[in-house]
Design a protein around this ligand. Structure first.
Ligand code: EPU
Length: 430
């Protein structure tokens, strides 16, 4: 059943919430559980539809999976198959992380190629080029990629592309290299905390990895990996989204369990915009509204994260003057701009740069979410708008935010989830 969010703007959000486990750390780590026949126990796994898609894929591959309680998954992949069909892959682009795990475990993989999506074309050429550098035989035919890694061996792999290094591409090469004979050196490796968490997990499984968190990662192949227990890192994007919710409503929100070191560029811009930010060992607090226009450039970590760009655009709507956003990771990730304009925003998009002319009156409207982060941005703008906003295509939100509307309600938001049929006549999509 299609669902929508109804938001009545104008309430200040105040209080404390606990950050969930990171989606983008959990997905490759779940894939990596296929690297061993032994039992793996994962804690702090977020309750998201993307996680459920990944669990479904792992079950298809042959893994036995149970969830003894919320946030904990036990996975054991005694015997697995190397084929992953399109009907599973098309549900979630991150299923591409399976390639490295299957190569590492079975020395072969056959997988439907995930398509692009609304945020950009999202090719996997760098993943495949990296596997070829390790001596894998890679062929692409009829929408399928087939990898034969029987004779692969460690080598130097370059993971940089026109948009910088690739996050899941780096994850794939690391996973494949864990059991590839010899030393693999990944240059221009992604430095994201989620890649570091994957390495922490793999090291617990017996992998020999060094340099994670820097542009050069070294992986020395081992014969096999074993089971382990791991606690997923906090979701920096979820944390950032709630901090924007506090600032956009001139409220006061503390995110407990968040790691401020993972959000340096974002917090720097929040402060530059005039929001009061306080950080401690395991919390981040944002209070007060923004007052200054700022320039944002999204970049691979440690730069400003593209996954917080849409939410920050919503925040910029409050500020008098001209703010800009330049997308260097996904140059066309601005679908939310047109929907924000329907709420009264003035935004002009020119190639990879959006200019936001803020301090225009925002009013509630029926809007359509185009992707995960866009859906969060529309809800954030709705919190600051006058009147009622209806956000459609809520399934995008559920891919990456655990119980978003419940958690916002706990901070004081007037938001509810309703069946699409509850929308005023003429608002709902067909
Ligand atoms: N790219 C290539 N060739 C490749 C791979 C990537 O040209 O082979 C380009 C992409 O088109 C893009 C850029 O490189 O322009 C970066 O893509 P990357 O591969 O790093 O993205 P990803 O690994 O597919 C992860 C996150 C995304 C996040 C990006 C960038 C996961 C599961 N997904 O995607 O998260 O936006 O890194 O940080 O980790 C989200 O959570 O909303 C989300 C989209």
């Amino acid at each position: 059943m299609l669902q929508v969010a109804r938001i009545q703007g104008g309430r200040k959000l105040q209080g404390t919430i606990h950050v969930a486990g990171s989606k983008n750390a959990a997905l490759p780590i779940l894939a990596a559980t296929l690297l061993t026949t032994e039992k793996v126990v994962l804690h702090n796994v977020p309750d998201l539809s993307d996680v459920r898609f990944m669990v479904e894929i792992l079950q298809h591959q042959g893994a036995e999976i149970s969830q003894p309680k919320k946030g904990i998954w036990i996975i054991q992949a005694r015997k697995i198959i190397h084929r992953t069909p399109y009907d599973l892959v098309r549900k979630m682009r991150a299923s591409v992380c399976l390639l490295g795990a299957l190569v590492g475990r079975l020395r072969q993989a056959e997988m439907a190629i995930p398509g692009g999506c609304v945020i950009g074309p999202r090719p996997i050429d760098l993943h495949l080029k990296g596997l070829e550098a390790l001596g894998c035989i890679v062929s692409v035919e009829n929408g399928l990629v087939t990898i034969d890694a029987q004779h692969s061996k460690g080598d130097t792999v370059f993971m940089g592309g026109p948009m910088g290094s690739t996050v899941t591409g780096t994850a794939n090469i690391i996973m494949a290299a864990t059991t590839t004979p010899g030393m693999t050196t990944i240059e221009s490796a992604a430095q994201e905390p989620e890649v570091v968490d994957l390495c922490t997990f793999l090291i617990k499984m017996g992998a020999k990895i060094s340099g994670q968190g820097t542009p050069t990662i070294k992986v020395e192949g081992v014969d096999s990996l074993h089971g382990c227990e791991h606690f997923i890192i906090p979701d920096r994007i979820e944390a950032g989204t709630y901090l924007v919710a506090g600032a956009i409503t001139d409220g006061d929100v503390t995110v407990k369990g968040a790691n401020a070191n993972h959000l340096t560029a974002f917090l720097d811009k929040l402060r530059e915009a005039g929001v009061q930010v306080e950080t401690g060992a395991d919390y981040i607090r944002a209070h007060g509204r923004p007052s200054r226009a700022v320039e944002i450039v999204t970049e691979p970590y440690p730069g400003f994260p593209t996954d917080l760009q849409a939410q920050f655009m919503a925040l910029q709507l409050l500020v008098d003057g001209r703010s800009t956003i330049t997308e260097k990771v996904y140059p066309s990730r601005f679908m939310h701009a047109a929907e924000l304009q329907r709420m009264g925003a003035e935004i002009s998009v020119d190639g990879p740069t959006a200019a936001v002319y803020g301090d225009r009156p925002l009013s509630g409207a029926p809007v359509m979410a185009s992707d995960l982060r866009a859906s969060a941005a529309l809800i954030l703008a709705a919190l600051a708008a006058k009147g009622e906003t209806w956000v459609q295509r809520l399934y995008h939100l559920d891919r990456g935010y655990e119980h978003f509307e419940e958690r916002l309600r706990a901070l004081g938001a007037d938001i509810e989830r309703l069946p699409a049929a509850a929308m005023p006549k003429g608002f709902a999509e067909d």
